[in-house]
Design a protein around this ligand. Sequence first.
Ligand code: ZN
Length: 326
Amino acid sequence: MSHSPFPISIPRQRRGSAILLLLLSVLLLLAACTQPGEVAVASSGDAPIRVVTTIGMITDVARNVGGEHVEVTGLMGAGVDPHLYKATESDVNRLLNAQIIFYNGLFLESRMEDVFAQIAESKPAIAVGEAVPVAERLASPQYAEHFDPHIWMDVKNWQMVAEKIRDELIAFDPAHEADYRSNTAAYLAQLQELEAWVQEQVKTVPEQQRLLVTAHDAFHYFAKGYDFSVYAPQGISTESEAGVEDIRRTIDIVVEQNIPAIFVESSVPPDVVEAIVEGARARGHEIRIGGSLFSDAMGEDGTPEGTYIGMIRHNVGTITSALRGE
Ligand SMILES: [Zn+2]
């Protein structure tokens, strides 16, 4: 496991979100005043449950599990970096209007934690990442007392998340329990198939070549689940930037270990990875950018990579073919 060279403290950006939080408090109060007697437990009638989610991976699971009984609004689309994302005014309105909120937690959406904490007082706001048992979570290499939030990189974790979302929807809307169970069983079967495919693909890369170098540290669960090593000059959150020394150290590693390819990420600017490629080439090591991986955001809606399963297939296909030297 790599360790970030930047043991920095967490910028909480409290001041920036203070006004939004105040707005939220007022709106919550108004909502409470104008809807006396309405309880959070739904759903009479067959109007779909209004679900709001953060990252696309969670949006996708919630749609698969909830099926026709939910209307899911995802706040973060393709290319959006959840580490840096702040709730906009229209997000706050969506959150207020939601009946259930699913977010990753484990400090992924670090700038929305206060908003979720406040919302959780009036409706279910669930950190689905907590479905992964503590013993199986990885420590953040960067922030003491935090876990690495990038749990979706191991399909086995995402199966637990699907079950968590199923259980929360059943608790909220017991009338449709049978549907939630059958939707989830069907989706889990697809995830099981995906897991088997990933296991098969990673075996095609010789063991000594299983080193994944990316800009930021999103792939530790992938490494743990599929027997890779990872190295990232930028650390686990994109809030810290890679410095000259981090880049030089990464160049040493790719040259010494004769790594044929490193990877950019769809939600992180490519300049750090480009600098590593340039530096390694200047030392006579032939290396290329092996492709773009989806780390903290999925692809565009309507493309295969705009689904969790398609995103994982893309990443694994890209990583394994580039590291085999193809
Ligand atoms: Zn990340």
